[in-house]
Design a protein around this ligand. Structure first.
Ligand code: GYE
Length: 322
């Protein structure tokens, strides 16, 4: 028994030391790279714009790009990464649909000597670390995005009592977790507001509309909707209008992304704000990958700076929107 205990302890400390020393695989410097981009789904303009950004970058950055579409299934995304490993990619860009189910894909690619860059979403930070299990996360500060949406609401809401419905993104995804935390924490500091319901709409327009329809029945007094992305916000606007409500007049809509439809909804007076979350990762991916190949130090989080779109500037940006 005692011997067994010592063995376990020794094993644990070995794992700890090995973990601390884990290093990401190097990337050879060459003219052309075989690049994998394992997209999670293509059911919204944000995803389509991101995939296009990688295809456009393939030309300018000399990539032979293998791009897949997991059609909303984390299991298929894992299988897509497997097949890319088998096809001998040099480097993997991965937007993990959910934080935990994609961990094995990250570990497997790294184990096969392929440097992994997480784009736009991350994996469970308690298990996988940048600089150890993947090179870096390229993306926004989602906690701050949620906080900025709350901040705008606090400054611009004119009523006495804000009854909020929150439409969450994909359950178990890093932007859903963090956008909820950032918004909920900030809004809790102002006692005019109460979040009466918070449910997932899976970052999708149709589900946002359906969930909003149901929540409207249970909470007819709702006068604020916070959606974790624009597609769900547009779905919520449709549900509200169908129920005879007037988004922008009797319901304030706050959201995140900056899609063309959202900017148009702001111009039309139906939506109050959308905090930017850019999908144009291709050029950044090219730059970071080349620096990594050149042996430069890459920060564990390559943070993307976001703007904010309101009635003051939506019209100036709609032409560049997606
Ligand atoms: O906001 C959403 C998309 O991961 C940052 O995913 C991304 C989010 C984006 O489906 O619209």
């Amino acid at each position: 028994m005692r011997k067994h205990l010592i063995t376990s302890a020794a094993l644990l400390s070995f794992v700890a030391v090995a973990g601390a020393q884990a290093e990401t695989p190097p990337l050879e410097q060459k003219d052309r790279y075989k690049v994998g981009f394992a997209q999670m789904e293509s059911n919204n303009p944000w995803r389509i714009a991101e995939t296009k950004s990688f295809h456009d970058t393939a030309e300018s950055c000399n990539w032979d790009l293998i791009a897949t579409d997991a059609a909303g299934s984390a299991a298929k995304q894992v299988a897509d990464v497997d097949s890319m490993i088998a096809q001998g990619i040099d480097v993997l860009f991965l937007p993990p649909r959910e934080e935990k189910p994609l961990l094995p894909a990250v570990m497997k690619a790294q184990g096969a000597g392929i440097p992994v860059f997480l784009v736009d979403r991350s994996v469970d930070p308690d298990v996988a670390k940048p600089g150890e299990h993947f090179v870096a996360f390229l993306g926004s500060d989602f906690i701050e995005q949620g906080g900025r949406a709350a901040e705008w609401l606090i400054e611009n809401f004119e009523g006495d009592k804000g009854v909020i419905v929150e439409l969450e993104g994909t359950t178990g995804s890093s932007p859903a977790n963090d956008r909820k935390q950032g918004f909920d924490e900030r809004i809790a500091e102002d006692d005019r507001f109460e979040i009466v319901a918070s449910q997932t709409g899976d970052f999708a327009r149709d589900m946002g509309r359906q969930v909003m329809e149901t929540l409207l029945q249970a909470h007819p007094d709702v006068n604020v909707v916070y959606a974790h992305n624009d597609e769900m916000a547009i779905g919520a606007i449709q549900a509200l209008e169908l129920a005879g409500r007037k988004p922008g007049e009797d319901v304030t809509i706050v959201s995140i992304d900056g899609t063309r439809d959202a900017l148009q909804a702001i111009i039309d007076g139906k939506m109050g704000v959308t905090v930017e979350s850019s999908p144009f990762f291709g050029p950044l991916a090219c730059e970071v990958m080349q620096k990594y190949a050149a042996g430069e130090e890459i920060p564990g989080w390559v943070e993307v700076e976001d703007r904010i779109f309101t009635a003051d500037n939506a019209a100036d940006h709609i032409d560049e929107a997606y």
